[in-house]
Design a protein around this ligand. Structure first.
Ligand code: NAP
Ligand code: GCO
Length: 261
């Protein structure tokens, strides 16, 4: 039920971090892995990392915000590997800038990568999924699909929008046996969140690090591997009647009021 044998999965921005961990889990479940990143050096680094895990991945250079480049990538993958059965919209960026200091260009850049790109990538794979008789699209959402916080207005707007794009893809293509769901990771230790975990000059924890531990019933940051099982579930037949759902993998953050004084 959880097997991905014979399936081809494209995971965007997956040379490291959450995307890499999801791809690794997909490969262990039997899928063929395709990933992209913006620069050749990152693709090469990713290929080496997959090889070290015994995974023969296919890596391509592609900026997910560039519609022509994404269409060309999907055409190349179809020719060289096969029709994409599973798409994970993982590539993402964040800019932590107080909103009143953020330029419109900076805001647009975040929306472009975190919301427009998932639209572009989903649009590119859906026609072949419809022809093939089904497919799985997983959008990597966030705590910020539900919650706000200081400095992340663009990211929250994009990830909130991605939640609704997820529901709309499910609504529009469910009848073609396409399931589109989201994963909303909690606070996960990756390069994206490294600045929030940096040790202070005196060796103590970053205040944001302590804040997250106190906000999380599991009392720890997540690891990229914590997302592996939920991703395999949403990519496999086990979730064939799950559509338009956001699965929060957050150690309980959204259920919790915070540590009592
Ligand atoms: P990460 O460590 O920063 O990795 C993101 C990857 O996306 C990088 O390989 C990055 O490449 C790539 N990327 C960025 N812009 C791209 C573009 N235009 N085209 C192609 N690739 C691009 O991030 P992560 O923490 O693994 O996060 C992965 C996803 O999970 C993101 O959507 C993020 O918002 C989401 N998320 C993360 C957390 C967390 O706590 N870490 C929590 C919730 C959701 P470069 O290195 O070249 O930029
Ligand atoms: C931040 C964080 C987050 C997380 C994640 C939470 O600055 O608050 O980077 O937004 O990365 O998306 O789910």
């Amino acid at each position: 039920m959880f097997s991905l044998k014979g399936k081809i999965a494209l995971i965007t921005g997956a040379s490291y971090g959450i995307g890499f961990a999801i791809a690794k889990a997909f490969a262990n479940a039997g899928a063929t892995i395709v990933f992209n990143d913006i620069k050749q050096e990152l693709v090469d680094k990713g290929l080496t990392a997959y090889e070290a895990e015994g995974i023969k991945a296919h890596g391509y250079v592609c900026d997910v915000t560039d519609e022509d480049a994404v269409n060309a990538l999907v055409a190349t993958v179809e020719k060289e590997v096969g029709v994409i059965d599973i798409l994970v919209n993982n590539a993402g960026i964040i800019k932590r800038i107080p909103m009143h200091e953020m330029s419109a260009a900076e805001f647009r850049q975040v929306i472009d990568v975190d919301l427009n790109a998932p639209f572009i990538c989903a649009k590119a794979v859906i026609p072949s999924m419809m022809k093939k008789g089904g497919g799985k699209i997983i959008n990597i959402c966030s705590m910020m699909s539900e919650l706000g916080r200081e400095t992340v207005s663009a990211y929250a707007a994009a990830k909130g929008g991605l939640k609704m794009l997820t529901r709309n893809i499910a609504s529009e293509y469910g009848e073609y046996n396409i399931q589109c769901n989201g994963i909303g990771p909690g606070y996960i230790a990756t390069p994206q969140t490294a600045p929030l975990r940096e040790l202070q000059a005196d060796g103590s924890r970053h205040p944001f690090d302590s804040f997250i531990i106190a906000k999380t019933p599991a009392a720890r940051w997540g690891n990229p591997e914590d997302l592996a099982g939920p991703a395999v579930f949403l990519a496999s037949e086990a979730s064939n009647f799950v559509n338009g759902h956001i699965l929060y993998v957050d150690g309980g953050i959204l259920a919790y009021i915070g540590k009592q004084p």
